[in-house]
Design a protein around this ligand. Structure first.
Ligand code: LMR
Length: 329
């Protein structure tokens, strides 16, 4: 993605430090676990560029991609300790800190990106951010990646019965474990940085992820079959520690929020195209046989996985569940 240009900041006036009397430089460490050439990796780089522009370099963002510092779960702890300042965990990782976020792991919750946007921008997003705030994290943006696809090394997965007896690496979310169990498969969790090795060593048969993660981390090189199932949406929430946040001058809080909003909009327009590009790259490798789930097959999967919705209603809460149902109408 060298040469994948970012637009310039939409606000033409950068913070004037002389005017506001600030002479202290702030360095924000931003840790994430994925590759640089993915939706999240590119968005983080764009954010770093924008914030520099908006604050005349008084706020600097240092990026730590590829999980070089921490795994997704370790990031939560490091954020609380103040060792890092911004994290962008996948929703499934958030479920360990706030069970309400399990809502976004319900299988086939979203049919398309428009529904995802309605959720992020509407009441669903507000309820989730209010909820995580009560757990001690401040959420300042939602970032897109894309829908997850299933890969494995044993056989093509078309109907729910095809998945029986197979094992998969998933993120540490109870609803994901349950999803696989419901169709007779087994799900285990490993940190993202271990996925390539557990696939290569045959510790699990498969995994589920977005096309950008499957390509950029080379998972497809270790997987014979991929089903384009779009069964869950993989998105991120940008979290900061509220105590640390309150130490930032208000003008910089505003610059950060503004930059985050611009990046979210940019990402919404480009994430799908980035994932599609990775699909072509995987396809042209001819290492993985790609099967696209039909609408008729989707009906079968939805039917098999429907019990999860009732089971998680209590955890998710009635209000949030009703908002999700409204999106599905
Ligand atoms: C994972 O499978 O752990 C990844 O999807 C994580 C990520 O941040 O995209």
């Amino acid at each position: 993605y060298i040469g994948f240009g970012f637009p310039n900041s939409s606000s033409s006036v950068a913070v004037d430090e002389e005017l506001v009397g600030l002479h202290e430089k702030y360095t924000l460490k931003f840790s994430h676990v994925v590759a640089k050439n993915t939706p999240k990796g590119l968005a983080a780089a764009y954010f770093a560029e924008l914030i520099k522009e908006k604050t005349n370099g008084w706020v600097e963002v240092q990026l730590f991609p590829n999980g070089v510092l921490y795994s997704a779960q370790e990031e939560f702890e490091a954020l609380k300790k103040g060792d890092i300042h911004i994290i962008a965990p996948a929703f499934s990782e958030v479920t360990l800190h706030d069970r309400k976020w399990t809502a976004l792991d319900l299988p086939y919750l979203f049919d398309n990106e428009i529904m995802v946007e309605q959720a992020f921008e509407g009441r669903v997003g507000d309820l989730l951010l209010e909820s995580i705030e009560q757990k001690g994290y401040k959420g300042i943006a939602f970032w897109d990646n894309g829908f997850k696809q299933i890969t494995n090394n044993v056989r093509p997965i078309v109907y729910p019965e095809d998945i029986k007896g197979l094992s998969f690496r998933v993120m540490p979310s109870d609803a994901l474990f349950k999803t696989y169990r419901t169709v007779g498969a087994k799900a285990v969790t490993f940190p993202f940085n271990e996925v390539y090795n557990v696939l290569r060593d045959g510790i699990v048969d498969g995994q589920e992820n977005t096309l950008s993660n499957i390509y950029s981390k080379g998972f497809y090189q270790q997987q014979k079959y991929m089903t384009i199932s779009n069964h869950n949406y993989l998105g991120y929430v940008i979290l900061v520690d509220p105590e640390f946040w309150s130490t930032l001058p208000e003008i910089y809080q505003m610059s950060i929020q503004e930059a985050m909003n611009e990046v979210s909009i940019w990402l919404r327009a480009h994430a799908k195209e980035l994932n599609n590009d990775m699909l072509h790259r995987i396809a042209s490798s001819s290492l993985t046989e790609i099967y696209e789930q039909s609408e008729e097959e989707k009906v079968e999967w939805r039917k098999a996985l429907k019990p999860l919705y009732d089971e998680y209603e209590f955890i998710i809460g009635r209000e949030l569940m009703e908002e999700l149902r409204k999106l599905q109408i």
